[in-house]
Design a protein around this ligand. Sequence first.
Ligand SMILES: [Zn+2]
Length: 264
Amino acid sequence: MFERVERDGITIHTVPSLFMESGIGIAFSERGGGVSAPPYASLDLAGHVGDDPACVDRNRDLLMESIGIGMLRDRLTTAEQVHGALVLEATSALSGSGSGVAAGVPPVAGADGLWTRERGVPLLLMFADCVPVVLARPGVPAVAVVHAGWRGAAAGIVGKAAHILADLPGPDDLTAFIGPHIGPCCYEVGPECVSHFDNRFVTITAASAHLDLGAVVAADLKRSGVPEGRQWHLGICTAHNTDRFFSHRADGQTGRHGALSVIL
Ligand SMILES: [Zn+2]
């Protein structure tokens, strides 16, 4: 389902069959091919982590050009990402929110998930270990992009977005694409976090507790009408692959890769 594509030095994980079928484009970006300096090297897409805003804007230009949607640069729409559970509709009035970091254009406030039925409104959220989820209703068409760290996952943000898309009229075709995120191999968590999951999804040994965020998201999706057969997990651990992805757990101060979706 996923294909790894490199163009102009920029690498994304994408789903060509979905684009062919419905015009819905998906890109989970890697960290190479950008202009940011360490510790943000190099395709840092986030305006809130201390990187040079001009570099972040240029990186967003480069990503969008490499996937052939440079003409939609001004309509790029981002969210504030506060580790909450708010999913908002990116209407045409909101398109372009957060598009320019140097220009100080604010992102959609308070949201960790965006969805849209508008054609030509690219949605972009940023990640360094948290789980990126793109939800698609090809027959509508409609898409959602969701940011799920453990707090958002515990609050059910992915299921919430799934219900929003599932409620739109059209064929029963809701599908989920889960991008790169920290795996249970590298995600040791404390008792406060564990308590939110009733010890489910957590491997506890005498020495440590490891949370499987991908399993949390998979279960939430299943409960919300997306069976395992319509979930596609990329299955790459960000903390294990810091040459290709940003990892807050592994690297501390670092950049953010992206999950982008657009209906063309
Ligand atoms: Zn790992």
